[in-house]
Design a protein around this ligand. Structure first.
Ligand SMILES: [Zn+2]
Length: 174
């Protein structure tokens, strides 16, 4: 088992769509950034990468590279997912907390949860979404995401019959 943790924040800006967890939410402002500013997908990507001690999102997809300008953050998430698969791990569950003043996440939580489950190719039951308002933090013009993931090492693919096992053990002992 491996645990990964990701954190991200983006500032609200006028004139751009608001994307959180791969879902476009109705709001008068979106999240600024070099890519599409999807704070939740960025934190999930970093949690997955961190769990396998891979380079973080900023190292893999540098904000100074023009090719990631306005990029769909799903690209980042898919790279992280590919990397955990390459080293033989699968996602067991994910929990996240969003901190933002507006819009209210409650009415959209189910859609975000379904989209994340779809993107990560897991069941909705293993995706936790919580949202809070930033009371006393002074971050009313930002959205913050905290994400924790648990990964499990994939079982080795063996289709041999049980009768092979004692033979192997005996052979090793002799
Ligand atoms: Zn970000």
């Amino acid at each position: 088992m491996r645990i990964g943790y990701g954190w991200d924040s983006h500032e609200f800006k006028s004139g751009i769509p608001l994307k959180i967890g791969g879902v476009i939410l109705p709001h008068n402002k979106g999240l600024g950034g070099h890519s599409d500013g999807d704070v939740l997908l960025h934190a999930i990507t970093d949690a997955l990468l961190g769990a396998i001690a891979a380079p973080d999102i900023g190292s893999l997809f540098s904000p100074s590279e023009p090719k990631w300008k306005g990029a769909d953050s799903i690209i980042f998430l898919q790279e992280a997912l590919k990397r955990i698969g390459n080293v033989g791990y699968s996602l067991v569950n994910l929990d996240c907390t969003l901190i933002l003043a507006r819009p209210k996440i409650g009415p959209h939580a189910s859609a975000i949860r379904a989209r994340i489950a779809e993107l990560l190719k897991v069941s909705k039951d293993v995706i936790g979404i919580k949202a809070k308002t930033p009371e006393g933090m002074g971050t009313e013009n930002a959205a913050i995401a905290h994400v924790v993931v648990l990964l499990e090492k994939n079982k080795p693919k063996q289709s041999r019959s049980k009768s092979d096992k004692p033979t192997t053990v005996a052979a090793k002992r002799s």
